[in-house]
Design a protein around this ligand. Sequence first.
Ligand SMILES: [Zn+2]
Ligand SMILES: [Zn+2]
Length: 465
Amino acid sequence: MDNSNFKKPILMSEYKKIINTSTINCKSINNNNNNNNSLNRKRKRTDGRESPLTIESDDHNGSDKPRVKYGELVILGYNGFLPQGDRGRRRSKFVLYKRSQHNGVKRSKHYIVQSPETTHAILDTNQHSISYTLSRNQAVIVEYQEDDNTDMFQVGRSSEPPIDFVVMDTLPGDKKDSKVMQSTISRFACRILVERNGAHRARIFAAGFDSSRNIFLGEKATKWQDSIEMDGLTTNGVLIMHPKGKFYGGNAKCGLWRETTLNGDVFSLRESRSAQQKGQPIKEESNILQDGTLIDLCGATLLWRSAEGLQNSPTKRDLEKLVDEINAGRPQCPVGLNTLVIPRKVTLGEHVNQPYVYLNCGHVQGHHDWGQDKTGARKCPMCLELSPVVHLCMGIEPAFYVDSGQPTYAFNPCGHMATEKTVKYWANVDIPHGTNGFQAVCPFCATPLSGSPGYVKLIFQDNLD
Ligand SMILES: [Zn+2]
Ligand SMILES: [Zn+2]
């Protein structure tokens, strides 16, 4: 088989676009940092307020022909960009475009070998293969062949070339600059194959091919033979959750979390994340991604938005316009009587115009010391309820929105604003947490929601003069 085309770095043209865009982003962030560094190294919140304007230049690949977009993978917990800036294949979201040259693969033959290390398929770095180790001296090799109907995209922690989208562990809220000592995300976590023609269906599979185009499943990994085909699970697994109902529109409900196998079959969850025993096969469900499907890689959760679903969604510009509209209404602090401004860029220190929300009642006010007791709790001057307060800040990543409209709600406790339906949707979605638990989080910063219902309706006082 001639794989010379296969190995070509066909992504370069695509990456160049991405890199160009991100250079601009990095530059503005660096400038920002230079100004800040000398003043203080105080940890600053990394949210949409410092968002550099994204230049949406990636709709064309140098020619006038628009590129076919399959969809987007968006990491939960980032509000439009990584805190250190989007760079190359490390970014907060990855757009899947139709490749100029197909690079998908499909299963072909399989056979048993005594020593996989010396098997031709493993040694041949042009040959995609999966090696299932059965015992010290027995392995099943499954060879994969070129599939001219699909494009393949790989996701994982590795920065090696076969990984298109490099994903690191996501820490909630403002802990994002802390170091993760031990990552639970696999270096070659998963692969997604998208049909190049027709409906562009995207299927997800556990594990990705490494630089030698191999996947090794060790002796201890969970594996089995299903009639004639070998299949298996990766250590921490790849979990998927298809929402029940249409994601866009705001009427979908959280579905059940499942696990997908190396072959793309769907199973119920294991007892615990990396248990040896696989779950039950769920024949009636598939690994085809639908708009709003969540993919959990144990340490980071990705949201799949189909190109079709995104067509109805607000754009970043739409969301920025909404912020402008609220500011144009000149909301007022009922205590300081000053006009509040929802910022789009980071501001140093406490600004009188920075709006705060009282998380128990939703009253929006400026910075003041009224009603603050020794413990730091504050009594809201409007309703006299004791409540924690937090900066109000726009959720600016459009992919997380389930509808369009005014951002009249905010998540508790982080203060990210979004539409009512968006906030209510995410407050009811369970995200895998650690090895055995689930929790609802703010999609813009990954902070676990607190209290019930985990959000608050905002009450602005309009400027009366
Ligand atoms: Zn109040
Ligand atoms: Zn948040």
